[in-house]
Design a protein around this ligand. Structure first.
Ligand SMILES: Cc1ncc(COP(=O)(O)O)c(C=O)c1O
Length: 348
């Protein structure tokens, strides 16, 4: 149910991972910055890591203008999604999820014993949620937790601040709106969600695995009111965030220019790829994020054909979209190779 290369599948195809261009995971196309590589090389491998990730939390707090008590660092934001679900949901609670979206929200809510309700966006409406109806759904269902991914994976739809504020107001003060910001740092027209913490019922999830290309290291953080942070933190296993990850995070924070450079690469390559895909007669959902959702018909078949040519794309069947693929934006020259491969495999 996730992007990224599958070692077993590649082995069965006789492919080594380095022979595949991975468009299936939405990672900074420039890879990790030199500062991160340097910081990681200096990590203390022999000692236990700081259980509280104190240095990283303080560095984050300074950059973000929040208190260290507002932050919980996790082994990827996936861990934090599960900790939030376990700390805020139980049997008898409802979790509302704006779909189609990242699958871990539902997995976490179900694992916590909650009932999951979905608020779907349809292709006919350009994958935009009808917001007035969403507010009414929140008022009717009274969920304890709402997951909203912004920009949304896999559609690339990016809601404005005032829309999120409306949803927060509909939810009421006791429940929690979890805004997953994972792709905001790589997005166009990005806006800072952190001031939304003042609304009281909003928590923000950030993944450092996308914008800083640390997917293999695993690093993310939750920014929320201290009570929400403490509730999730109490359930976190000791030493969850290892020393290499903490060092990588500190290095990454020193290199904002690296993410800025990636945004430029993405903006240009996305425009190119979008145009070329439409030129091939494919319907592409306009995206603010570092990936494109594309209607192709038989997504599983197309994915298999492309993988045979050393190009991995995400088949969106697990999002409930079996006729779509999701393509991560890589450097323009790599996107050009994907277009060439698509020309070979698409029916004339
Ligand atoms: C929207 C969204 N949130 C969170 C994650 C998980 O990120 P992490 O690598 O930090 O666990 C992903 C990964 O694909 C994602 O797409």
């Amino acid at each position: 149910m996730h992007g990224g290369l599958d070692a077993g599948e590649l082995r069965a195809l006789g492919l080594a991972p380095e022979q595949v261009l991975d468009f299936s995971a939405n990672i900074n196309p420039l890879g990790p910055s030199q500062r991160v590589r340097h910081a990681v090389a200096g990590a203390d491998l022999a000692s236990y890591p700081d259980r509280e990730s104190l240095a990283l939390r303080e560095a984050l707090a300074g950059r973000l203008g929040v208190g260290a008590e507002n932050l919980l660092v996790g082994n990827g934001s996936t861990e934090l999604i599960h900790l939030l679900a376990r700390s805020r949901l139980g049997p008898g609670d409802t979790c509302l999820i704006f779909t189609p979206t990242f699958g871990e929200y539902e997995a976490a809510a179900l694992a916590a014993g909650a009932e999951v309700r979905r608020f779907p966006a349809t292709e006919a409406e350009g994958f935009r949620w009808p917001i007035a109806a969403a507010g009414r759904a929140i008022e009717d269902l009274r969920p304890a937790l709402v997951f909203l991914c912004n920009p949304n994976n896999p559609t690339g739809i990016y809601l404005d601040r005032h829309v999120v504020e409306r949803l927060s107001a509909a939810l009421g003060p006791e429940a929690l709106l979890v805004l997953d910001d994972a792709y905001a740092a790589l997005a166009d027209r990005r806006w800072d969600a952190l001031p939304l913490l003042d609304l009281g019922n909003v928590a923000i999830l950030r993944s450092m695995t996308k914008d800083h290309a640390l997917a293999g290291v695993r690093l993310g953080y939750l920014a929320a009111q201290p009570g929400v942070v403490a509730g999730a933190g109490a359930l976190q296993p000791a030493w969850s965030v290892n020393a290499v990850a903490q060092a990588a995070g500190l290095g990454a924070l020193e290199d904002a220019a690296h993410v800025e450079a990636a945004r430029e690469v993405i903006r240009e390559a996305r425009a190119y790829l979008h145009g070329e895909l439409e030129g091939l007669g494919l319907a592409v959902t306009p995206s603010a994020a570092n990936f494109l959702l594309v209607r192709v018909g038989d997504a599983a078949g197309l994915r298999a054909d492309l993988l045979g040519r050393g190009m991995a794309v995400r088949d969106c069947a697990s999002f409930g979209l079996p006729e779509h693929i999701r393509i991560a934006i890589r450097k323009r020259a790599e996107c050009a190779l994907l277009i060439e491969a698509l020309k070979e495999v698409l029916p004339p």
